[in-house]
Design a protein around this ligand. Structure first.
Ligand SMILES: Nc1ncnc2c1ncn2[C@@H]1O[C@H](COP(=O)(O)OP(=O)(O)OP(=O)(O)O)[C@@H](O)[C@H]1O
Length: 847
């Protein structure tokens, strides 16, 4: 009897809109044969078909495993639903049609099953996070990309429609208080329906007391999935690690039996009757593979014995033999789970496949550590921890609030939970994926009891220790690989070093930086390259600039010229990190844009000191002049010992703001904070340094010296010119040092004037500023109707005041405020009622 062969009442439901979108993409999946036109598709040999749709099996097996896990957990609490003896497993069977062309694949599990309501909600709506991302990408992307997308997201149940025209899901959930009389029901949908049906299974109860059976009627071009070798290969590749429950495949085995005794071979299907044989087995779907297999073995034994007994004295002529076929269940994942195996005999590919199947993450992991251990509390366990190949974007949105639940705790191979509470790992490490199988915990351990166990606390330390060891080992042994790790994890190391004081040193050692001399430097390598006497780790931080830009900075020029290494920090976390660390291995960090920079080589410093004193003496008039001139911007003007070619720079005091911090403060102030006096003080805590060896500075000194002492002899024009040059010089120093000029319009007006002067053009000659005015006012209204762009409208309904909403009817049918999407989060809208004279209505006096 099949699913449709009865007049049971069928409830029709429409798919939720997202499911409908998803199914459309899956069913019309263009990329299946990306390089081939539609017309030629059907004639292609199966082997050319890219394997996008192979994923259906992986997805259904993974769902079956989840259902079994749920069942086992439920049974731990409610002993009445499972006696522990009835097998929990997954079975896969391919059944060919009578005409031998098409057929169906049936995937069953003895898991938690679904009630009719659950069939409707679980299979008719989408609850998966990330699905809308998938939909958007798939719908906007070109067709060829969709295949990869399908593989990368994992479409769950809906991937059935990659291979099937029609899908039936028969299911029964175990008896419970809510569901005292469970019955077996069917979900049915064809690939091109926009709806599905739910109805009582016309075949009655075939699944026993709990479980699900998914029957896929294969599309014409998907007959390859009837081949058990293919199914076996797929399970081996994608699913052997995704379930700790046995997965059985029904495989047709051939046997040689004596031809004479027709009765004996009767139970087994003959070669000419493949369909009948398949049907016989499918009717026994309620039986477990184990019982079926046992029956088959029993009957085989009986045959042998009968023959021996009946013909003891027969002439020794060889009996006539013929081939018969039986369907037998073969377990596909008979090996112990990966974490129980010997790491020495486990290949990288095994670890990668296990990772993908277990966490449904299709980006290859960057590393793993497989180990066994004993916690101090006496629990022994085996574990594999992984470094994911990418970190979830959510993590970087809110790293300190992120919780991934990716540590899967098993007890004696049985999955217990992946919710180990918020503090199972320090926040910086919340991306770790690990499986931990403990031997000595009770199977019914609850999350609450778990959290109070010493085991969990120790596990946290063990995982962190192992993760750090793993990073270290790769850093030491394989620089190329560590570069890849760094691409993903450098920010994590920096965050960890700030957040996790206990592991700060180890995490800091893993961070890598660009410098003026090389690209991938650890702080230890920096210290190895430290010059004699150097007592500081030099760095320059400016968020958003590239290290190449930073290397050109005025603050780096002398250090670079002398051969010192300077860390060039351009990542958002960098400056926070050095501020928190303050020193590494007892060597202090020194911001080269700040006062306090010391090279540490005494001879040079003595020499420079003398030179500086002499220059200060010589440049006194210019220093005095500039100090007076720039008193609103800097605290002092001094002779520099950090500049080589640049004429001047603005250096922050050790307690003042660098340009980087200044920018961050400005951004902050722009948001809401008022300026404080401390901030103003810190802003001005900077010094203008001039380079006595720069010809420009020497020239300026000469000009200042030429200014007449006597105020009677002053020439205003010459003085104005000099002031202008000095202004440009100071503004230039600000820009060169990363600060903003106080008034950029004034700055460019001055530059223009100086340019005119140097070109001999009149300084006062006006530019022809005539422009063509706009045409006169157009009294006509636009002919075409304005089309509302989607989503640019803050719906009236969103306003909380319902009364205002009702009143709004008189303003037209869709009043509202238009905002571009990217601005919506930054605005709140308040409204007030106004009267005919545009005055706000504060009180309704008449009320
Ligand atoms: N074999 C099954 N037994 C019981 N419930 C099932 C089974 N297959 C699917 N379901 C239910 O249907 C829901 C939807 O399945 P689907 O594969 O589309 O998404 P998912 O499994 O929740 O997500 P993901 O595939 O990312 O894990 C599941 O969450 C589960 O509740």
């Amino acid at each position: 009897q099949d699913f449709d062969g009865s007049d049971v009442p069928k409830e029709k439901h429409n798919y939720q809109s997202d499911v409908a979108r998803l199914r459309k993409i899956v069913i019309n999946r263009q990329p299946l044969l990306p390089q081939v036109s539609r017309a030629t598709r059907p004639t292609l040999p199966g082997s050319l078909t890219p394997n996008v749709r192979d994923i259906f099996l992986r997805e259904l097996v993974s769902n079956a495993n989840d259902a079994l896990e749920k069942f086992r957990l439920t049974a731990l609490k409610d002993k009445s639903i499972w006696d522990g003896a009835e097998p929990l497993n997954i079975t896969i069977k391919a059944i060919k049609d009578e005409d031998g062309k098409g057929g169906r694949v049936v995937i069953s599990d003895t898991g938690i099953g679904m009630t009719p309501d659950e069939l409707t909600t679980n299979l008719g709506t989408l609850a998966k996070s990330g699905t809308s991302d998938f939909l958007d990408q798939a719908e906007s992307g070109d067709a060829t990309g969709t295949g990869n997308l399908i593989g990368a997201f994992g479409l769950g149940f809906y991937s059935s429609f990659l291979v099937a025209d029609r899908v039936y899901v028969a299911s029964i959930s175990p008896k419970s208080e809510k569901n005292p009389n469970p019955s077996q029901n069917v979900f049915s949908s064809s690939a091109d329906d926009s709806s599905f049906e739910i109805f009582p299974d016309p075949r009655g109860n075939t699944l026993g007391s709990h479980g699900t059976e998914i029957t896929l009627y294969l599309k014409d071009d998907a007959a390859e999935y009837l081949d058990t070798d293919k199914l076996q290969a797929l399970v081996n590749k994608h699913s052997s690690y995704s379930s700790t429950f046995p997965i059985y495949l029904s495989v047709r085995e051939s046997h040689q039996v004596p031809d004479e005794d027709e009765d004996v071979v009767e139970p087994a299907p003959s070669e000419d009757e493949p369909t009948e044989a398949s049907e016989t087995s499918s009717e026994t779907a309620g039986e477990t593979p184990e019982t079926e297999k046992k029956d088959a073995e029993d009957s085989d034994e009986a045959i042998v014995e009968e023959e021996v007994e009946e013909k003891p004295k027969a002439p020794p002529a060889p009996p006539k033999m013929k081939t018969v076929f039986t369907d037998e269940w073969v377990q596909l994942n008979a090996q112990p789970p990966l974490w129980m195996r010997d790491p020495k005999s486990t290949s990288d590919e095994d670890y990668e496949l296990f990772y993908t199947a277990f966490w449904k993450d299709y980006t290859k992991p960057l590393g793993w550590q497989h180990f066994s251990g004993d916690s101090e509390s006496g629990t022994s366990f085996k574990s594999i921890i992984y470094l994911p190949g990418k970190i979830d974007e959510e993590y970087w949105k809110q790293p300190l609030a992120y919780q991934s639940n990716d540590i899967k705790l098993m007890v004696k191979r049985v999955f217990i939970t992946s919710d180990l509470g918020e503090d199972v790992l320090p926040k910086w490490a919340s991306w770790v994926k690990a499986v931990v199988d403990a031997e000595d915990l009770p199977l019914n351990v609850s999350r609450e009891t778990l959290q109070s166990t010493r085991f969990l606390r120790q596990l946290k330390q063990i995982i962190i220790k192992r993760i750090l060891q793993l990073f270290n080992r790769i850093a030491e042994d394989d620089e190329e690989k560590f570069k890849k790790i760094s691409d993903v994890y450098n920010g994590v190391f920096k965050l960890g070093a700030v957040e996790d004081v206990k592991n700060r040193d180890k995490l800091t050692a893993l961070t890598r930086f660009s410098t003026n001399q090389r690209n991938f430097t650890s702080l230890d390598q920096y210290l190895e390259n430290k010059k004699q006497g150097q007592k500081q780790i030099f760095y320059l931080a400016e968020m958003g600039k590239t290290p190449e830009n930073l290397a050109q900075s005025v603050f780096v020029e002398k250090l670079h010229a002398r051969g010192y290494e300077v860390l060039l920090l351009s990542e958002p976390l960098d400056e926070i990190l050095v501020q928190n660390l303050r020193h590494y291995k007892n060597v202090a960090f020194q911001d080269v844009a700040k006062a306090g920079l010391k090279f540490g080589d005494e001879d040079v410093e003595e020499e420079e000191k003398a030179e500086k004193e002499a220059a200060t003496e010589r440049y006194q008039p210019l220093l005095k002049y500039l100090k007076e001139f720039s008193k609103d911007i800097v605290r002092d003007v001094i002779i520099s010992s950090r500049l080589v070619t640049s004429p001047c720079a603005v250096v922050a005091d050790s307690h003042g703001y660098t340009a980087n911090v200044q920018r961050m403060m400005n951004a902050q102030n722009a948001k809401n904070q008022p300026h404080s006096y401390i901030q103003e003080f810190a802003q001005k805590a900077k010094v203008l340094e001039i380079n006595p060896r720069s010809p420009l500075i020497e020239g300026l000194l000469r000009r200042v010296q030429q200014l007449p002492e006597d105020s009677e002899e002053r020439d205003e024009e010459t003085e104005a010119e000099l002031n202008e040059v000095a202004s440009i010089l100071i503004d230039g120093a600000l820009v060169r040092s990363g600060f903003e000029v106080p008034d950029s319009n004034l700055f460019f007006t001055r530059v223009d004037r100086v340019l005119r002067r140097s070109l001999g053009v009149s300084e006062t000659a006006p530019t022809d500023a005539t422009v063509k005015p706009a045409p006169p006012v157009d009294p006509e209204l636009p002919a075409e109707e304005y089309v509302e762009p989607e989503n640019s409208f803050v719906e009236w309904n969103e306003f909380k005041d319902k009364k205002a909403m009702e009143d709004s009817a008189k303003f037209g049918d869709k009043p509202g405020v238009h905002l571009p999407d990217h601005m919506k989060d930054h605005f709140s809208i308040e409204m007030e009622e106004i009267d005919d004279d545009d005055n706000p209505v504060v009180r309704h006096d008449e009320l």
